[in-house]
Ligand binder design. Sequence first.
Ligand code: SF4
Length: 229
Amino acid sequence: MNIFGLQKTTLVDYPGRVAATLFTGGCNFRCPYCQNKDLVLSPNNIEPYTHDEIFKFLNKRIGILEGVVVTGGEPTLHSDLPDFIKDIKSLGYLVKLDTNGSNPDMLINLCNDKLIDYVAMDIKQCPDKYNEVACMSNFDFEKISASVDFLLSDKIDYEFRTTVPAELFSDNDFREIGKWIAGARKYFLQPYRESEGVINPIFAAPKAETLETYVKILQESIETVETRG
Ligand code: SF4
């Protein structure tokens, strides 16, 4: 399991916990606003940390950090993810998984095996327009839908989240998303931050009042909806 990035301390990536974040490489999506372009498109150009480096660090931080966030790229692309997380859990850490939801089987198995404690799943768009943002070859919405249904069944603490560039969403898109994930625990809208480092730097940040309109639409079917970031 190659880890290409390590954020030694974060107070914001794992809700309510002091955590470290580990970045895996590669992704099956190509979201144009992706901030992790190098990890997604060319992880092989990045020197990975060794297993020893990661676990030496995690061992030293026992009692200081509460959790570890495993993010990407898309972590569930890696078949050795469960064994890697087992090693992290053996040190007593809580584990949060960030996922695009394209591998429901691994998500469900990780949860059933009690290897993860919190999931943050991206909602890229409403169902009919999903792959306009995900830009995945051989896109299979059923897999996304299965991950959403699993999280909605409340077997694990989770949140949904959406990155919102100004150009990619309308009120109606969020009406459709609200119908789709109605009853979800928590949903966060993250305004896109303009950057030249994304996969396709053509988008603008949304206006605050536009985001507030989206929040109000979503609050009709979801109890906790907030903007973040
Ligand atoms: S799913 Fe996440 S990591 Fe993958 S391309 Fe989209 S934003 Fe980037």
